[in-house]
Ligand binder design. Structure first.
Ligand SMILES: C[S@@+](CC[C@H](N)C(=O)[O-])C[C@H]1O[C@@H](n2cnc3c(N)ncnc32)[C@H](O)[C@@H]1O
Length: 203
């Protein structure tokens, strides 16, 4: 057992909330009870996009557009983020939030089933962010891998959910991916204690 004293993870929140629209969505969400990624995972997603020079991103599970806005800010003008949300009223809130954040030219939301969309799509993406029902993660994986460019990234939320357990095994042993799992306490993430995975598609 280590005797090193560490800061409480919430201390780092002060470094992550410099965007009013995102902070407002986090606040609004306390009432709506949508499970958002929060600012520490959001900023990580943003940085990963920047690191690989992502310009075209697919998001499975947009909700009210919080993570989509992080992605849109990362790809910037000329980039494209396609969000998927099957609940129409929630998708409408996302569209309103894109306007408030000034990213309507970059981010859009397709209202419908992400599983159907990825099955039919022939597009290529630099990064795919997966945040739908955890029971669907394993089924969606082959299409996600197919739609990623070589060197593209699959970023998955909530992999500490018990319902994602089988998925983690499949993801970790996928022959076309190299994966790391990061578990910890994430600020304003639902739940605070969870894990994410980041995979790169082999070239
Ligand atoms: C955890 S929330 C997404 C949160 C969002 N990614 C964020 O962090 O800001 C999951 C959303 O995915 C939607 N969803 C779940 N399964 C879906 C599917 N198969 N197709 C489209 N939307 C789905 C739900 O309606 C819900 O709004």
């Amino acid at each position: 057992m280590s005797d090193i004293e560490t800061l409480d993870y919430k201390e780092f929140g002060k470094y992550l909330r410099d965007d009013k629209v995102l902070a407002d969505i986090e606040q609004d969400n306390i009432e709506r009870e949508i499970n958002l990624i929060g600012p520490s995972v959001g900023k990580l997603l943003y940085i990963v996009c920047k690191m690989i020079g992502a310009k075209k991103v697919l998001e499975l599970g947009t909700a009210n557009g919080y993570s989509t806005i992080w992605l849109a800010k990362a790809v910037g003008p000329g980039g494209q983020v396609i969000g998927m949300e099957y609940d129409p009223p929630t998708a409408e809130i996302a569209i309103g939030n894109f306007k408030k954040a000034g990213v309507s030219d970059i981010a859009s939301v397709v209202i419908g089933d992400a599983m159907k969309y990825i099955k039919e799509s022939q597009e290529t993406f630099d990064l795919i962010f997966m945040d739908i029902e955890k029971e669907d993660y394993t089924t969606s994986l082959p299409d996600c891998v197919r739609l990623l460019r070589p060197g593209g990234v699959l970023f998955v939320d909530n992999v500490a959910f018990v319902t994602a357990g089988d998925f983690n095994d499949v993801l970790n042993s996928h022959p076309e991916l190299e994966t790391s799992f990061i578990s910890g306490q994430f600020i304003s993430h639902a739940p605070d204690e969870d894990a994410i995975s980041i995979s790169i598609k082999k070239k």
